[in-house]
Design a protein around this ligand. Structure first.
Ligand SMILES: Nc1ncnc2c1ncn2[C@@H]1O[C@H](COP(=O)(O)OP(=O)(O)OP(=O)(O)O)[C@@H](O)[C@H]1O
Ligand SMILES: Nc1ncnc2c1ncn2[C@@H]1O[C@H](COP(=O)(O)OP(=O)(O)OP(=O)(O)O)[C@@H](O)[C@H]1O
Ligand SMILES: [Mg+2]
Ligand SMILES: [Mg+2]
Lengths: 255, 255
């Protein structure tokens, strides 16, 4: 049964899409079969794989709103060996209201994807910068959550809102997510970054992943529709995401 | 009648809150009375002014969902002379569905704020990273829109989605917004940034504001609950936002 990891933070621009895109490639380099699910109407992950969201017929939005559409109808092969994707498009904007009246609306994604669980080692969900029902669907369908956080001022408030959401999920839906915090865009020259890292280490001991430092190669790579581990394999961020992939593929005992 | 400017981009982390917070202070330094409206459930703008969103009684969310709540009931004085704020809190998450069935749901904010128009020179709206009904409300209540854009790969797709939204607003609601693009976090050492700036200049000739370059003082200032123009008045970003404030206060003929 696959590891299911949702990448979530309602704070925008912290590196959610970058993390899913790069981690998927790094996991496939370790021989894992990966499914990436793009749940953001901006469809940045979908564009990173080289697809044009405006030209796609069926996407993740149809999975939510059309009973007869199955997961295997929306899966695309990507240019990365061993990585498949469920694309997003602008139709996702309307999903929030469309699923409002549906029964078991938090379980739609989980129910649709269950049929595929035996085909993949890892399923990664790229979430939009909000805590909408679509994001809750990804959390319910996952067992682990990776929260990319910039070591900057607004991040601390975002974490407290997020941990409230996780607590609610546990209380109301008896769904317990294993939490990982991934510091991103870390600039060790900035005193503030070190102070925030130390504060996080204290509050979330043992849940902090090795940080991803600031690296302009991560900005260039999506333009080439290539992950940084392929476009700039010796770059600092390629090595850091490679190490993250190795850590996440260890079994629970080994960690 | 005040200049009403909404700061919008569904792409996250591009500098929307930073722009509203800093521009408000720079405008007040020019003797303008400014009202800032925080429409993001993350409430980063509200925290930047030093308020704790979780301790507030009435916020922007109540303005949307409670008929009897008026704008003057939610306005707070900030620590910046001449700047008032309508704060946000987590209740904004629920507003999207709550206003779904309401009549004239796109005009709620405009109708509530009209009574205050004669008290301010400028009203600035900080929007969440999405194109929800709350963001549409801010667009309808504004005459101008400033779109902060990072000179990075995902920004180009965000602009095309945004211009589609502006076109829809004009066609369906006969509401014409004056568009300004504000390049943010610009790092002139990166070739990519210069290429993107050139491409934008060509497509949006005359609508591009002088860029705001990358400046770590902008990261530090919100922690002090002070805008960069007050905390680091000689920094590069303080001068750039000061110039932006002067440009926006020129009358239409002078520009
Ligand atoms: N470690 C890093 N160093 C430098 N730039 C980075 C790093 N990680 C991400 N970026 C850049 O930061 C920007 C934001 O990243 P990304 O789009 O992945 O964030 P996001 O959280 O998915 O944003 P959104 O909230 O809009 O979905 C991108 O342009 C990306 O290239
Ligand atoms: N010119 C700049 N140089 C360096 N850092 C900047 C600059 N402008 C903004 N920042 C930093 O980038 C981060 C994102 O900015 P900000 O929170 O204002 O973006 P936003 O668009 O409001 O994000 P969201 O989509 O989550 O609402 C902040 O930590 C801010 O300090
Ligand atoms: Mg993203
Ligand atoms: Mg913001």
């Amino acid at each position: 049964i696959p590891r299911r990891i949702c990448v979530v933070n309602q704070k925008g621009g912290v590196g959610k899409t970058t993390t899913v895109f790069t981690l998927a490639a790094a996991l496939s380099d370790l021989g894992r079969r990966v499914l990436c699910v793009d749940l953001d109407a901006q469809a940045n992950l979908t564009s990173s794989f080289g697809f044009d969201p405006d030209l796609l017929d069926l996407t993740a939005a149809d999975l939510f709103t059309r009973e007869e559409v199955e997961a295997s109808d929306v899966i695309l092969e990507t240019g990365i060996e061993g990585v498949h994707a469920i694309p997003a498009d602008i139709k996702l904007v309307a999903v929030e209201t469309r699923i409002h009246e549906m029964m078991m609306r938090e379980y739609i994604l989980q129910t649709k994807l269950e049929a595929l669980f035996d085909r993949y080692h890892v399923i990664l969900f790229d979430c939009p910068p909000n805590l909408s029902r679509v994001t809750i669907n990804a959390m319910v369908a996952s067992l682990e959550v990776v929260v990319p956080i910039e070591t900057q001022s607004y991040s601390i408030k975002a974490i407290s809102d997020l941990t409230n959401t996780f607590a609610l999920l546990k209380e109301k839906m008896h769904h317990d997510l294993k939490l990982w915090l991934l510091p991103t865009k870390v600039d060790r020259r900035m005193r503030l970054a070190i102070d925030i890292l130390d504060a996080l280490e204290e509050t979330f001991r043992g849940r902090i992943l090795d940080p991803i430092q600031v690296d302009s190669n991560l900005v260039r790579a999506p333009l080439l529709c290539e992950p940084v581990t392929h476009a700039y394999p010796t770059s600092r961020s390629a090595l850091e995401y490679g190490r993250l992939a190795r850590f996440l593929t260890l079994s629970d005992e080994e960690r």
